[in-house]
Design a protein around this ligand. Sequence first.
Ligand code: NAP
Ligand code: 3JN
Length: 348
Amino acid sequence: MSNVKKYHVAIVGATGAVGQKILQYLEEKPFEIEQLTLLSSKRSAGKVVSFAGKDITVQEATAERFENVDIAFFSAGGSISEKLAPEAVKHGAIVIDNTSAYRMDEDVPLVVPEVNEGDLQDHKGIIANPNCSTIQMVVALKPIQEAFGLDRVIVSTYQAVSGAGLAAQEELTSQTKQFLNDEEMEANILPAGSDKKHYPIAFNALPQIDVFEDNGFTKEELKMINETKKIMHEPSLHVAATCVRLPVFHSHAESVFVEVGQKDVSVDAFKETISQGKGIVLEDDPSTQTYPTPLSAQEKKDVFVGRIRKDLDLDNGFHLWVVSDNLVKGAAWNTVQIAASLVKNKLV
Ligand code: NAP
Ligand code: 3JN
């Protein structure tokens, strides 16, 4: 008889864009699963989902569903996590939360395994998964921080609509058809579901992701700024972000400018350092027009980096282009990696 531990896993938001991807990665057996509980709102309760050759009926998410659950993945929005994650913990589960509900709580580790896996040791039941745009950037920044130190980071993002859920993807499809048929485009979701004003995303670029705060930054930009400092354990790192939505279905791209802590770093040394980084694939050769794009990164688990240049004026400045699939490394895969790390290190 095998003594490999098997886990009861629950997914809250199992029918959503992120939840479906979590299911896909659990099918790869990162650890043994004895039972899988799939949860959603009332709308999808009763739906049948196939997992590892078995049919599983989706149930409405309620506190009682967490009985005997070991690991609970949450990706149904912040208010659901606020309501049900403490209930799951009370029932003895470890929660890995994909929403922003607990990310900045002092007691909650905010983890990207390639960057700060050690923070998992201190968990108190809830572990937060960072925002997708933050995850791919900190993976790229980690080897730079270790080798040269970091003084400043300025990022502009080019984000896919899949970051805003299945409905936003449907909106891009329908607006594209409307535009090509000379019909008026209907905009109901982007740039931010809760705002009164909406703009078409098809054939457009929207410099707003999530709602505006009083300081003029959007919530998505502030997530990138604050989460980066927490994950990298650098509360006084200078970070600025501008987040832009593009009519791309999958993968976020980022133009990142960094000022490192040393003045004499060559571009070759910088490239070599990045190429050695965990979870990074360097795709950088101007002579063959080699660089990553959203399409080339789609469905992949790595973070791809290209277009590395030394700044022409600042001796400690470097520019890079960072691309990764926002639903994969940016959400589902990172949460599954966290769970696998907990299992490997006997923290669950
Ligand atoms: P989505 O495609 O719209 O899916 C939403 C999921 O939540 C569906 O399964 C939905 O179930 C479920 N849900 C909605 N209301 C619920 C309720 N009252 N009780 C239980 N389940 C409910 O959205 P998504 O793109 O998967 O994103 C889901 C959440 O994940 C986001 O709100 C965000 O917090 C987080 N997220 C994080 C990242 C990241 O950067 N790490 C990226 C994307 C999303 P039904 O099928 O019943 O509607
Ligand atoms: O828009 C994107 O590309 C990423 C969006 C992430 C997101 C969407 C709705 C709610 C989040 C998040 O993960 O920060 C949240 C949230 O939980 O606040």
